[in-house]
Write a protein that binds this ligand. Structure first.
Ligand code: FES
Ligand SMILES: [Fe+2]
Length: 371
């Protein structure tokens, strides 16, 4: 089964997707290390506005971002310091989502007597290592079962993450599936990235073909060996830059259905992208580059890594702009396309795998209901 052109442009289909696929799936909403201390965040998940914060035990929790008093949105998208305080009449909520500070409390005897009854609506929320996921639907697979083999990858990738080094949010003028599909194949690299990816030291001359892993029903990943010369050059620097928790000698790209990618070259940083469908023909990409901790680095080695990271950030943005430009053209074509796409054997297998995951999930999904 393939995704049809109408599924990338029809607003009614888009609404259906939000109500089914985005309700039943576990969706990545942020990194656990971002929620240390008294902070909270507004995150949009499909058609639902969420408020994420950690409870007293440090576990991540997801609440509906709507005040229990008279429905004001509690916070805007992004991170916020301090406790949750409604901008309308100033109700303050604790970490468990219970209204504990109510101006002129004598006017609300029922709320003061049983504040738990007025707790914010909650959704299933769990972390795997540092990666926080939310499921809107009350019923569904446990997160571990949902993630399949990606579970162990996320646990391992979480070791020694040191914090966000670079972050941006950019809008792409295309349906979210166009942007995902673009990330799932390297076939477009010579035509779209002739000045960037084609010139990369570590990968441009790689002789082996990438290896695809398509065993998970919903997710997929690839590994592409780095060329030996680059690995050797890196190895010579390692006496200065030190050791990092998970060192491998390839580029890896993981797609976690429906809208998260985690990529890394040799494990010295991880690039985490979340593709948020903002409209049928608009996607907001939230991109984080997360560094890892190095042991036994010399001062000169730390400087070297700073340069490698800075070059990486500039490079990521250039590649992103190239992909955004081509995705806009794909969307323009999809607005009047009549036939399904033609997918290449091998080189576009991950796109085909995504089409299957998508059509199966949509076919079996029941409209989600809020808790
Ligand atoms: S609507 Fe939130 S305090 Fe009134
Ligand atoms: Fe690309």
């Amino acid at each position: 089964m393939m995704i049809l052109p109408v599924h990338y442009r029809d607003p009614a289909h888009h609404a259906h997707e939000q109500q089914t696929l985005f309700h039943g799936s576990w969706i990545f909403v942020g990194m656990l290390f971002e929620f240390r201390g008294l902070v909270h965040a507004g995150v949009r998940l499909g058609d639902t506005e969420l408020l994420i914060q950690c409870d007293k035990e440090g576990r991540p929790r997801a609440y509906l971002n709507v005040c229990s008093h008279r429905h004001a949105q509690l916070c805007t998208p992004g991170m916020h310091d301090g406790a949750v305080r409604c901008p309308y009449h100033g109700w303050v909520y604790d970490r468990e989502g219970v209204p504990v500070g109510i101006p002129q409390r004598q006017a609300f005897p029922a709320v003061v007597a049983a504040p738990e009854a007025h707790r914010l609506n909650q959704f299933a929320c769990e972390a795997v290592g540092e990666f926080i996921f939310v499921r809107l639907s009350a019923e569904g697979l446990a997160l571990r079962d949902y993630l399949g083999s990606q579970y162990d990858f996320l646990v391992r990738a979480s070791q020694g993450l040191s914090g966000v080094q670079d972050e941006f949010r950019e809008e792409v003028a295309a349906n979210w599936k166009v942007v995902i599909e673009n990330s799932l194949e390297g076939y477009h690299v010579p035509a779209v990235h002739s000045g960037t990816l084609m010139q990369v030291d570590g990968m441009g001359r790689a002789e082996t073909a990438p290896q695809f892993f398509l065993e998970d029903r919903l997710h997929s990943h690839l590994e592409h060996a780095a060329d030996a010369e680059w690995v050797n050059r890196f190895a010579r620097m390692e006496s200065k830059i030190g050791q990092w928790p998970w060192r491998f000698e390839h580029y890896t790209h993981h797609f976690i259905f429906p809208n998260l990618t985690v990529t890394s070259f040799m494990g010295y940083s991880f690039h985490i992208q979340r593709f948020e469908p903002t409209a049928v023909d608009r996607t907001t990409v939230h991109s984080r580059t997360v560094g890892v901790e190095f042991a036994n680095a010399t001062a000169a080695g730390a400087k070297m890594m700073e340069h490698i990271y800075a070059d990486g950030h500039a490079f990521t943005r250039r590649v992103f702009a190239e992909d955004g430009g081509i995705c806009r053209k794909v969307q323009a074509g999809l607005q009047c396309a009549v036939r399904p796409a033609v997918l290449g054997e091998g080189i576009e297998d991950r796109v085909r795998h995504f089409h299957q995951a998508y059509t199966e999930t949509l076919g079996s999904a029941v409209p989600g209901s809020r808790q």
